[in-house]
Design a protein around this ligand. Structure first.
Ligand code: ADP
Ligand code: ZN
Length: 310
């Protein structure tokens, strides 16, 4: 990828140079870093993927990539936990991650210093929530959530038009679950066992059934149990946060049979307690992500756009 980028660099710069304002975007993940050049109109002009290795190796490649372009700002949606409190001494750091080489790494400071632009910074799921709210299916909605069900489970919450941060950032994947009556799996979260992530993320499905989730498409029992846990979490989120729309993304949601099961199970578990026009149209209330897996990188673009306004 890098070699290709350098070979095409001149042509790229000419093509991309025509755009009025270019925003750098970084979706920082534990396995890969997606770097892109976007615009404040939500277009992606170029992108590359870089394998996540140590900060020394990986950050040098990221910085090289962005230095090719005249970016006005950079947005970063980052794996966590991270420090997003502006007044904190360790603002912009990746903190206690299981990726040991990145523990206490000042990712924002490094990028600001190397690129000389303002850097917007938030969690990866908050980025996806912002991407959908700016250019996707929750555009114009003041209260929404984006939940990813993949290797882990997390959510970005938009409340009254703003990303919810609070003390740290919400950790919605780690709420405790009531066990499905037929489930004997004890969960895999090292902290909580049977929390939502421990019971329903991709690895939980694999450990419970002894096969990869993608190989279990035809086994209804798998998806009924999965829907039971997802709906249980969504009912709790709805009670606590009162979203007007909930967006589901991540690898597990690629199983298209799952969403209708979640709809039915949500209604069953809600048991008619909340009756709003939103919940009455459940297909519009709980929806799939709409930006073809670009919600994260587009959210990072928007984090960059918002950093310019500060
Ligand atoms: P990540 O969470 O690592 O960013 P993903 O959202 O793709 O990435 O999640 C990966 C997880 O999703 C894996 O545990 C895998 O089992 C599951 N997964 C990926 N694709 C599918 C699929 N088509 N059907 C079911 N599960 C899937
Ligand atoms: Zn947990």
């Amino acid at each position: 990828m890098q070699i290709k980028i350098h070979a095409w660099s001149k042509m790229l710069k000419e093509r991309i140079g025509r755009h009025r304002m270019k925003i750098g975007a970084l979706e920082a993940g534990g396995t890969k870093m997606v770097c892109a050049i976007g615009t404040d109109r939500g277009e992606i002009l170029d992108r590359i993927e870089i394998k996540t290795e140590t900060p020394e190796v990986t950050m040098a490649k990221i910085i090289d990539y962005f230095r090719q372009f005249d970016i006005a700002a950079l947005g970063v949606g980052c794996f966590g936990p991270i420090d997003i409190h502006k007044e904190s001494e360790t603002y912009g750091y990746i903190t206690a991650t299981t990726k040991l080489a990145w523990v206490n790494y000042n990712i924002v400071g490094t990028l600001e210093e190397a690129l000389g632009v303002k850097v917007g910074f938030d969690t990866d799921v908050n980025g996806s929530a912002l991407g959908e709210a700016t250019w996707g299916i929750t555009q114009g909605i003041q209260n929404s959530m984006y939940i990813t069900i993949g290797t882990g489970i997390g959510a970005g919450v938009i409340s009254e038009g703003r990303l919810l941060h609070g003390m740290l950032h919400p950790e919605t994947g780690h709420i405790q679950m009531k066990q499905h009556p037929k489930d004997i799996f004890t969960g895999w979260c090292p902290y909580h066992g049977t929390c939502f992530e421990g019971m329903a993320a991709g690895p939980a499905i694999e450990k419970r059934w002894g096969k990869k989730a993608v190989e279990l498409s035809d086994t209804m029992e798998v998806w009924e149990m999965e829907a039971y846990y997802i709906a249980q979490a969504l009912v709790s989120y709805t009670m606590i946060l009162s979203p007007e729309r909930i967006v589901l993304g991540g690898g597990v949601m690629k199983q298209t049979q799952l969403l209708p099961l979640v709809h039915a199970e949500f209604k069953r578990q809600m048991a008619g307690y909340i009756q709003t026009k939103e919940i009455a149209k459940i297909e519009d209330f709980i929806v799939l992500a709409s930006l073809q897996d670009d919600q994260g990188i587009l959210g990072a673009v928007q984090l960059g756009v918002e950093a310019l306004a500060v």
